[in-house]
Design a protein. Structure first.
Length: 195
């Protein structure tokens, strides 16, 4: 008998001062049986980091930033930002995707964002593919630093609340008891590329 997904409820209170975006997101996240707590937290961090892209100009319908089937699907990223007309604005991958996978994302989306998070394997992956990835248009790679991620992983619970405030590209995150500062390390891509 196959194991089913584990369901997590996350309330994310995002205050992004850099992009003037302030909203609360109540997410229900289904985790594949092989997904670790660390990977789940990176998914939440990627959502928080991209939530500001939901700000739509007055003459456009807002897009939707959502978790996909992730590990359960070969033809979807971990998250994506879609426009009201169905276009994929951002294809968001976690970990160390293959160059083929990144190109697949570029063929379907306006931009690809990758969040590597396992220090040793991410560095090896970047040494191997970094030059090829840097040569691709519209790809950003934002590494998740290990020390804050370790603390944040300890916050994972079936029901959780995270308050996240960004100022000058630095996130300050709290679960109501502890506070963690996190700044993604930009390995590739422009400083800001909002779809």
């Amino acid at each position: 008998m196959a194991l089913g997904a584990t369901i997590y409820k996350a309330r994310l209170n995002v205050s992004d001062l850099d992009h003037h975006y302030y909203a609360t997101h109540a997410l229900t996240v289904a985790c594949h049986p092989s997904e670790t707590a660390t990977r789940l937290m990176v998914r939440l961090l990627a959502f928080i980091d991209n939530a500001h892209t939901l700000n739509a100009p007055a003459n456009q319908a807002p897009g939707e930033l959502s978790m996909t089937r992730g590990l359960s699907s070969d033809d979807e990223p971990d998250l994506w930002l879609t426009a009201a007309d169905g276009r994929i604005l951002a294809w968001i991958e976690l970990g160390e995707p293959s160059l083929k996978r990144i190109k697949q994302g570029l063929s379907r989306a306006e931009t690809v964002i990758v969040y590597p998070y396992s220090p040793r394997s991410a560095e090896q992956w970047w040494k191997k593919l970094g030059d090829d990835i840097r040569a691709l248009p519209r790809v950003r790679v934002l590494s998740v630093p290990a020390a804050p991620l370790e603390t944040l992983t300890g916050w994972v619970a079936r029901s959780m609340t995270v308050d996240a405030t960004r100022m000058e590209e630095q996130w300050l995150l709290t679960d109501g008891q502890a506070t963690v500062s996190l700044a993604f390390e930009r390995w590739s891509g422009p400083a800001e590329e909002t779809p």
